[in-house]
Write a new protein. Structure first.
Length: 255
C-alpha cells in the first residue's frame, strides 16, 4: 500500500502543478454546465406553457433535465478521459523514467494501481463539481433521488472503465498523442456498438448491445440498477487493467 500511495501522491501532484488538470476541469464544467442550463431553460419554458394549458402535472424535471444531463456528461467523459490518462505511462516511457521506476522494488500492479487511483482522483474531482446541478434542482423542484444516485453510480463505473482503457493504451506507446487517439477511438467504438443492434440480426445484435458502453449506462440514467450492468463495467475494467499489467511486465523483461 505504501508504494501505491507514493505513486498516487506523485501523480496527483504532477496533475495539479501543471495546466492539464485545470484545463480539463474547466472545459468539462463549461460543457456540462451549458447542457444543464439548456435543459433547465427548456424545462422552465415548457412548464410555463403547460401551466397555462393546465397540464403541468405531466412535466417531469427528472426526465427533461436530469437524464439528458447525465447522458451528456458521459459523452464529455468520453472526450476528456483519454486526455487524463494519455501521459501516465507514455511520458514515463519517452523520458526513460519508467525503466528507473521498474528498477525499484515495486510490482507492476502497485505501479498500475497508483496511477489508476491518481487518474480516478482527477475524475472524482471533475464529477463531484457537477453535484451542484442536482442540488440546484432540489432547491426549486423535486427530482427523483433514486435517479440522481444511480446516475452517479453509473458515471463512476463508466469512468473506471474509461480510465482502465486509457491506461492500457498509454502503456502501449511512448507518444501521448497516439495514446490519446487510440484510447478515444476504442472508447468511441465501444460507445457506438449498440447502434448496430437493429440491423445486425438477433444474435450479433444482442452481442453488440451487450458490449456497448452506452446500452449499459442507459439503465443508470433511468434510475435502474441492474447487476448485469455493474458486472459488465467491473469485468471490462479488470480486463483492461490486466492487459496493462502484462504490457508493463513485457517491458520489464525487455530491459
Amino acid at each position: 500500500m505504501r508504494n501505491i500511495y507514493s505513486i498516487w501522491k506523485r501523480e496527483v501532484y504532477v496533475y495539479f502543478t501543471s495546466p492539464i488538470a485545470y484545463v480539463i476541469l474547466t472545459t468539462f464544467l463549461v460543457l456540462s454546465g451549458y447542457i444543464f442550463y439548456s435543459s433547465v431553460a427548456f424545462f422552465s419554458n415548457i412548464s410555463l406553457q403547460a401551466s397555462q394549458m393546465e397540464y403541468a402535472g405531466d412535466i417531469n424535471v427528472t426526465e427533461i433535465v436530469l437524464k439528458p444531463t447525465f447522458r451528456n456528461i458521459s459523452v464529455f467523459m468520453l472526450m476528456m478521459m483519454p486526455i487524463i490518462t494519455m501521459k501516465l505511462f507514455a511520458e514515463e516511457q519517452k523520458t526513460g523514467t519508467l525503466e528507473l521506476i521498474m528498477s525499484y522494488p515495486i510490482r507492476e500492479v502497485e505501479l498500475l494501481m497508483g496511477k489508476f487511483a491518481a487518474a480516478f482522483t482527477i475524475f472524482l474531482a471533475m464529477i463531484s463539481l457537477t453535484g451542484f446541478y442536482p442540488a440546484l434542482l432540489y432547491k426549486y423542484a423535486a427530482p427523483d433521488t433514486g435517479t440522481v444516485i444511480t446516475g452517479y453510480i453509473g458515471l463512476f463505473l463508466l469512468g473506471g472503465a474509461f480510465i482502465a482503457m486509457g491506461l492500457m493504451f498509454s502503456s502501449f506507446t511512448e507518444n501521448q498523442i497516439v495514446a490519446a487517439a487510440g484510447s478515444f477511438g476504442a472508447l468511441l467504438i465501444f460507445w457506438l456498438l449498440g447502434w448496430c443492434e437493429t440491423f445486425a440480426g438477433s444474435g450479433w445484435g444482442s452481442l453488440l448491445a451487450h458490449l456497448s458502453f452506452l446500452k449499459h449506462f442507459e439503465n443508470f440514467s433511468k434510475g435502474i440498477v441492474d447487476t448485469r450492468d455493474i458486472v459488465y463495467y467491473f469485468n471490462l475494467t479488470i480486463l483492461f487493467l490486466f492487459i496493462t499489467i502484462r504490457s508493463l511486465e513485457s517491458k520489464r523483461w525487455q530491459r
